[in-house]
Each structure stands twice: as structure tokens, then as C-alpha cells.
Design a protein around this ligand. Structure first.
Ligand code: GMT
Length: 381
């Protein structure tokens, strides 16, 4: 098939899922056209069957807010016509599903019918998508899509709870490249960071408020207090970085903490990790947790959103109530001070990650494309 994929170009979240899906589909013989306002971070190599189309928005003295959604719709129309697209798959509803709806109507006038699939990822439903300034348009655009997927059961239910959607939503979870995300020997790196063979605790995020990075530091401080010699490695950057750095200074634990900034090869850090912390206040799936688990790292997470569908309590790590720092620290100490338990959880984590193997999930998307193209998608029961 010739497939148009639309996404944000981000380092994490929907941008990663969309780009990895594009690569997986290209590997299965499809021709992919990716549209975004910048080259997606994970589209870092030349791929012969993937063409990237930058959506450029011309400024004009009247425009305080240049209309990206219209420029995107125009790009979609161009690609449907000139590249003969069979299907449009947009990631993150706002504004991509709306642009797709518009493009679909325009090409219909010209005798072309292109199915539109919208994948819901997270804050497009749980936060910004249901903001009163966008809600009607987001709801309409999702409902008018020919097929809708969500990355977890939680997100599917949340979508029905927050919007009037008559479409049947198919759950297709995030996925993982098990060959890339696996524990590999990084002993030189481990030695440099942990000269005394300290335990390594890792957090990876975009440091937005919802990720609770200052709480990661608090949990770590308590683990240190318990006497476990350890280091905290924080990967990523964003609005809460300064707050987290200040927290380290306040708690006097800066020498045990390293802020590594944004990194492309997260799997190298995960390869030396003993524990992964993800205490998020909202998380529809938790791709970062899956990446850690795939590298055989037990996870301690909050018990919210889609995280319990990924991290299994007592098996691949532990879940704690939101903001329960003591609970997370206690479980951290438990895992790090019991080598047998750690080994078992590390194995379980990798096994669990195998359920989300990339090829298998890409094939689910492929099947869904066929169903939608054949017009066999049902309405909500
Ligand atoms: O809201 C974000 O953090 C970004 C968002 C996105 O759509 O880019 O991430 C969401 O999508 C990821 C991929 O499907 C999920 O793994 C994340 O859990 C989800 N983030 C949140 O719900 C906060």
C-alpha cells in the first residue's frame, strides 16, 4: 500500500511510535510518506521506501497564528493526488485528524476516496484534546475518521468517557524493537559512572510536570538513605529540569545524580540500569517503561492510566499509588537489596516486553488498514 503517515517530530511518545511504525511498514513492502513540521527524531537514517515531506507554513502579516492545520491538509491533498496514497494514518488527533478530514472532503470532490485512520496517543484525549477551546472539533474529527485506534484499554475507555464517539476503537498497543532494546555490555560506561559498582537507577522523560521528575529525585534520596549505594541517571530535558536539579541540591545528593540530557541511544543507559522509575501523573501507555523492560530492567511506576497494562505488579516491578514516595522507595530498596528477586523481575520484564514485539504489532496495524480499506469497521456496540 501507499500510506501517508502524519505525526509530531518528537523524541518520545507518538512521534516515536509513528516513525517506528513507518519503518516497520516499509520493511513489509509498503511505500510510506511521512508528513510533519520537522524531520521526526527517529527518522535518522535514509530509508528507500520512506519519503519525508516537511509541512511548511507561510507567514503573512495578518497571521498572528499561521494555520498549520490548513497547510497540513493541503500537503495531504497533494500527496493523495500526486503520490496516489491508498490511506492516511494520523497520529495524535489534534489537529491531524481535522486536517485529514478536510483533505478527505477535498479529494472526494475530485473523485478520490482515501480512508483516514486516527491513532489516539495520550494528551490528545486526556488533556489538551478535551480543552473547551478544541473539544467539539476534536470529537467531530475522531468520529469522522474511518478507523480509530488507541494505545491502551485505558485510553479507549477514557475516550468514550470524555467524548461522544460512535466509532469502535481498536486497541493497538505501543511496540518495541527487541533487538535494539536489549541489555548489552556497557561495562566501560558503567565503570565510569559507578566506580564503586553502585546500583543504577534510571528515569527517562521529557521532564514535563506530568512526569513527576522532582518525585523521582525524592524516591532516589530515600533509597540512598536506606544505605543502598546507588546513582540516579536522568535522561531527557524539559520544563521541570531546573526544579529537579534544585531538589538534588536541597537534598544534598548532587554527587550521586547525573542529568544526561536528551540522548538518542537510550538503550545504552538502560543497559547498565538496575531499576527504572516512572511515577507519572498521567500516562496512557508508558513507552519509556516498555523500553526499560525490554532491556531487562524492573520498573516502579505509579498505578495510573495504561501503566498497569504494561508493568505487572509483583512480576515485572511494582505499582504504587500516585505520589506515594515512600511506597516507591520501599519497593526500590526491596528490589535492589535482593539479587534473586531482581534477577527474576529482570527476566519477567524482558518476557513481558516480548508481548509487544514490533513486527507483531506492525502486523496488527497492517490488518487494521485492510479492514478499514475494505469498509468492514463496525460502529460502537
Ligand atoms: O503526552 C505526551 O507525553 C506525549 C504523548 C504523545 O502522544 O506524544 O505520549 C503519549 O503517547 C505515548 C505513545 O503512544 C504513550 O506511550 C505515552 O504514555 C503517552 N503519554 C501520556 O499519556 C502522558
Amino acid at each position: 500500500m501507499k500510506i501517508g503517515i502524519v505525526c509530531y517530530p518528537t523524541f518520545g511518545g507518538s512521534g516515536v511510535v509513528a516513525t517506528e511504525l513507518a519503518k516497520g511498514l516499509a520493511g513489509r513492502g509498503h511505500t510510506i510518506h511521512i508528513m510533519s513540521y520537522a524531520r521526526p527524531a527517529r527518522l535518522d537514517t535514509l530509508e528507500s521506501d520512506i519519503t519525508y515531506h516537511e509541512v511548511s507554513v507561510n507567514s503573512y502579516p495578518l497571521f498572528e497564528y499561521p494555520p498549520y492545520d490548513l497547510a497540513l491538509a493541503t500537503q495531504m491533498v497533494n500527496l493523495i493526488e500526486y503520490e496516489d496514497l491508498d490511506l492516511l494514518h494520523v497520529h495524535y488527533a489534534l489537529p491531524h485528524a481535522t486536517s485529514a478530514y478536510l483533505a478527505k472532503q477535498i479529494v472526494r470532490e475530485r473523485g478520490l476516496d482515501v480512508p483516514v485512520i486516527t491513532t489516539l496517543h495520550g494528551t490528545d484525549i486526556t488533556l489538551i484534546g478535551n480543552d473547551p477551546s478544541y473539544k467539539h472539533v476534536v470529537e467531530f474529527s475522531i468520529d469522522k475518521s474511518d478507523g480509530v485506534t488507541a494505545v491502551s484499554e485505558y485510553l479507549k475507555n477514557e475516550t468514550y468517557a470524555q467524548f461522544e464517539i460512535n466509532q469502535d476503537i481498536r486497541v493497538i498497543p505501543n511496540f518495541i524493537d527487541l533487538d535494539r532494546f536489549k541489555k548489552s555490555n556497557k561495562s566501560h560506561f558503567k565503570k565510569a559512572i559507578c566506580p564503586n559498582d553502585e546500583k543504577v537507577i534510571v528515569h527517562v522523560s521529557n521532564f514535563r510536570k506530568v512526569k513527576r521528575v522532582p518525585e523521582v529525585v525524592q524516591v532516589f534520596a530515600k533509597i540512598l538513605e536506606s544505605g543502598i549505594e546507588s546513582k540516579l541517571l536522568l535522561v531527557g530535558d524539559g520544563p521541570d529540569r531546573q526544579k529537579a536539579e534544585q531538589q538534588c541540591r536541597d537534598l544534598g545528593i548532587c554527587e550521586h545524580t547525573r542529568f544526561l540530557g536528551k540522548l538518542d541511544q537510550v538503550e545504552e543507559v538502560l543497559s547498565i540500569a538496575d531499576l527504572f522509575l516512572i511515577p507519572s501523573g498521567s500516562e496512557t501507555f508508558g513507552l519509556a517503561a516498555l523500553e526499560a523492560m525490554s532491556c531487562s530492567v524492573p520498573v516502579i511506576s505509579s498505578d495510573i492510566g495504561g501503566l498497569p497494562e504494561v508493568n505487572i505488579h509483583g512480576e515485572t516491578g511494582y505499582l504504587c499509588a500516585l505520589d506515594d514516595i515512600d511506597c516507591m522507595a520501599d519497593y526500590g530498596v526491596k528490589i535492589l537489596s535482593d539479587p534473586k528477586l531482581h534477577q527474576q523481575m529482570a527476566e519477567n520484564a524482558r518476557k513481558r516486553a516480548e508481548r509487544f514485539e514490533q513486527d507483531k504489532i506492525v502486523a496488527e496495524y497492517e490488518d487494521f488498514y485492510k479492514e478499514v480499506s475494505d469498509g468492514v469497521i463496525a460502529k460502537k456496540a
